[in-house]
Design a protein around this ligand. Sequence first.
Ligand code: CP3
Length: 341
Amino acid sequence: MPLKNDLILRTISGEKTERTPVWLMRQAGRILPEYRAIRNSLSGFKELVETPELAAEVTIQPVDILGVDAAIIFSDILVIPEAMGLKYEMVEKRGPHFPETIKTSADVKKLQVARAGDVQYTIDAISVTKKALNGRVPIIGFAGAPWTIFAYMIEGGGSKTFSKARRMLYVDPKLSHNLLQMITDSTINYLKGQIAAGANLVQVFDSWAGILSPELYREFSLPYLKQICDAIDEVPKTLFAKDAYFARAWFGKLNCNTVGLDWCMDIEESISLIGTDKALQGNLDPCVLYGSEERIKKETENMLSKFGTTKHIANLGHGVYPDTDPGKVKFFVDCVKNYNH
Ligand code: CP3
């Protein structure tokens, strides 16, 4: 089915489009009362993720309510460790928790490389979403980067330092590489499954990129990102690595189409490091959306003018914060749509 709004795809391919496309990381859920209503009628987050019709419904909500130019499938990056054999729980108001973690090579041996069918509920959610959207906007599939997934599997949950995960890289590099390779193979299978079900582009989130030194990043994250980028050639690929200032020039050389920037990354500097071959995505500070409409407009327009008229997908520099007023989010989306370069 042809897409009615393919602004994002045309922007990625370098076309000078009628306006800059816009969507928000973590747009599905969190901020919308319509999401909360569905979420509160269920046993928890996982039931929503694992029920394709409902996951599709909350995926489409921001398209209807906010008017964004893409839908990102409602799921979580932690479905991959679970499909490999490490179950997660989502603890109300606290975040993810793994009752078992990876400590030894015997623990790694118990895991399997996941196939797409091991995350069938998200694959099905994409098919249902595709049908319901009827070509209104592209669907973004996603996965966590191997390093970020590794960090949760070793640590067992969120952490400020992920020191257990970083410790493992020094103490047992062999185990670390084995596990990272299994996560990479699982991620490639999973992304290919999402694409077969209808994802029009995919994004890889390396949310914990910034806690590694450049040397460790080069050894334990970059090679696996490269494998993913090289294995996926069906649709455009976006790489978002939070706080990975040191990696921007390397990303410029990876086989990806778009690089996401966080708000601390200077736009002009990023363009010169990454080069003009790639599209760039981002990078408004999510806290701007707590400001007045006047301030949101000023900051958004400043960002748009710095990125220029081509190869830019407007977004925040990280996920929208849960207590953001949806009206302000819509205002931001409209500022992008109304801006004349
Ligand atoms: O972008 C979207 O709107 C699609 C859905 C999506 C979710 N998680 C749903 C979710 C996406 C793309 C993610 C990615 C994700 N999950 C990342 C990478 C992006 C990032 O923020 O850096 C990470 C690190 C996770 C792991 C995770 N999931 C954490 C740390 C938490 C708890 C804190 C939080 O973000 O709320 C989650 C839970 C989660 N994932 C929620 C949602 C809507 C909130 C759970 C709820 O509704 O109760």
